[in-house]
Design a protein. Structure first.
Length: 200
């Protein structure tokens, strides 16, 4: 009685021990002869791959949950939350709660008369502050680029990224002008007087 065929299709006769690939019929109807397999030969399809438990555990470390290499064989108990994971989940839960409370309070305050005037003032101030901050950053970059340009004119060798900064001087000036600011940084006393006419 023949055994079950292996992956390569080899069947072993249990009485005699002979191994062969049995005859089969091709798609065109012709018959393929049976092929005898010599004793001891194992085709590549039938060779089991060596599995290194440590390497396998390392590859599957995210899937197993525990993350301990070689611990798949251990009996699994209830999943234990690591302190870091629980702290992060607690933090996220608190954030969600705070957002929900803020949303609820915004909805309730919008129905109350005169309550929405304060958030509106904050929203109006934010774009202004953002604009000033951007202008400050642009001025800082412009100052650095001009210093590098002076070094270059003085005969110092510059790095490629420094040369790129020097090239961008005109672009920085245009960005500042688009925001409605000048190249010179205003002093604290003249800040309010110089910015107001430019905006309006």
């Amino acid at each position: 009685m023949p055994s079950e065929p292996t992956k390569s299709g080899i069947v072993t006769d249990e009485a005699s021990g002979d191994r062969q690939i049995p005859e089969s019929v091709r798609a065109d109807g012709s018959t393929r002869k049976a092929i005898k397999i010599r004793p001891g030969y194992r085709p590549p399809e039938d060779v089991e791959l060596y599995k290194n438990r440590t390497a396998e555990g390392f590859r599957n470390r995210g899937k197993t949950g525990g993350g301990v290499i070689g611990a798949e064989g251990l009996k699994k108990t209830q999943p234990v939350e690591t302190p870091a994971a629980s702290a992060a989940s607690n933090k996220n839960a608190k954030r969600r709660e705070a957002r929900k409370k803020a949303k609820d309070s915004d909805q309730s305050s919008s129905t109350a008369p005169g309550a929405d005037s304060k958030p509106a003032q904050e929203e109006e101030a934010d774009p202004e502050v953002e604009k000033e901050r951007k202008a400050r950053n642009l001025r800082k970059k412009l100052k650095q680029a001009r210093e590098l340009k002076n070094k270059k004119e003085g005969g110092e060798a510059l790095l490629p990224e420094q040369i790129a900064k020097v090239i961008k001087i005109n672009e920085l000036v245009r960005e500042l002008a688009a925001l409605g600011f000048t190249e010179e940084e205003p002093t604290a006393s003249t800040d309010k007087t110089t910015d107001k006419p430019q905006d309006g």
